[in-house]
Design a protein around this ligand. Sequence first.
Ligand code: EPU
Length: 393
Amino acid sequence: MSHIVIQGGRRLEGTLTVQGAKNSVLPILAATILHPGRTTLRGCPRLSDVEASIRILRHLGCKAEWEGEELTVDASTLDRWDVPDHLMREMRSSVIFLGAILARMGWAELSHPGGCELGPRPIDLHLAALRQLGAQLREESGCLQCSAQCMEGREIVLSMPSVGATENAMLAACGAEGETVLVNAAREPEIGDLQAFLCGMGCRVRGAGSSTICVQGRRPTHDSVHTVMPDRIAAATYLAAAAAAGGEVELRRVSHGHLSTVTAALHAAGCQISGGEGQVALRSAGHLRSIGTVRTAPYPGFPTDAQAILMAALLRARGATVFVENIFENRYRHVDELCRMGADISVADRVAVVTGVPELCGAQVRCTDLRGGAALLGAGPAPPGGTPNGGVF
Ligand code: EPU
């Protein structure tokens, strides 16, 4: 097991450049297979989920080569349409390969995806969208067999703006005949990056950022180079950590607009925030105040992925802050761990009430999921004298 020991009681100071977005690059990696040629991704973060995507690409017969932070995928040699169970289980995003494989090969075989445990994470909306495009799906012993010899574009209404279902439908629609109109699509910035990537290789997609996305069925026409958008949740994590510990940080290569709900919350908590083109700076005295109620919601609402890290920032804030988690059923698994550090948090169903305490203490804590782990790291620098027993993740 890997572990991280944090020496607390220090301010966080410095400047850093934000990496490419995980939740943007993962669907883009799946989308590379639409083009039987080469695609280069700049600013590609080297994360375990990216490595898992590369394992899937290689299994499918593609070549993938790193050169620094640049990843080139050559999908001209793709010759399989199946993703084995052990690769599917590595992450949730493996399911986005379904739409991409169908669009390229007209046939796909894979099982249910894995991913962080945040409550039930069904894929019914993904499958319903593909069915509406004309894909035939059969499920046997946990294995999905999908055939789509002639998918046809049409209007697809998502019953909720699922990020993954929107991405899957966009990729499948590139391989369908005619126009697909996705209604009630997710509006997250990562959908915009996927659209930019698809258009960059010759597909015709418009509307990302709004709740209606139109895809003109058309295969990619050429090799392309795409720069992955900056990771707004990683940026939020750095800002929240500095807010909690006190200090001054400047983030570069970041979109201030994508962070507006997070920076508004940190500002309300007493941090000074300034932002310009591609840059955000935060100054915090480390003594924050509570901010009323934070409700997670689809973009442009407050991101569920930033709920845990904002909670960590407010553990010592004066007063009580209420969190309402509206996206995932079970996204408070970090709470027990934060309580080990002396936090005062009570949870009932989807509501968590955080009452500020004067001090936190060092403790051994366990990472429960990606963002929960980031929250523990964010809280770690605050206790005076650090985490004497070590933080275990
Ligand atoms: N849902 C369904 N049926 C579906 C799909 C989703 O009921 O077919 C439900 C989910 O169970 C959940 C809600 O709809 O309750 C939202 O799920 P969504 O599909 O929007 O999320 P996702 O595509 O699985 C992506 C991010 C998550 C992020 C959510 C919401 C990636 C790889 N993952 O997940 O990121 O929390 O959107 O913004 O893009 C993370 O980075 O830590 C993370 C979990």
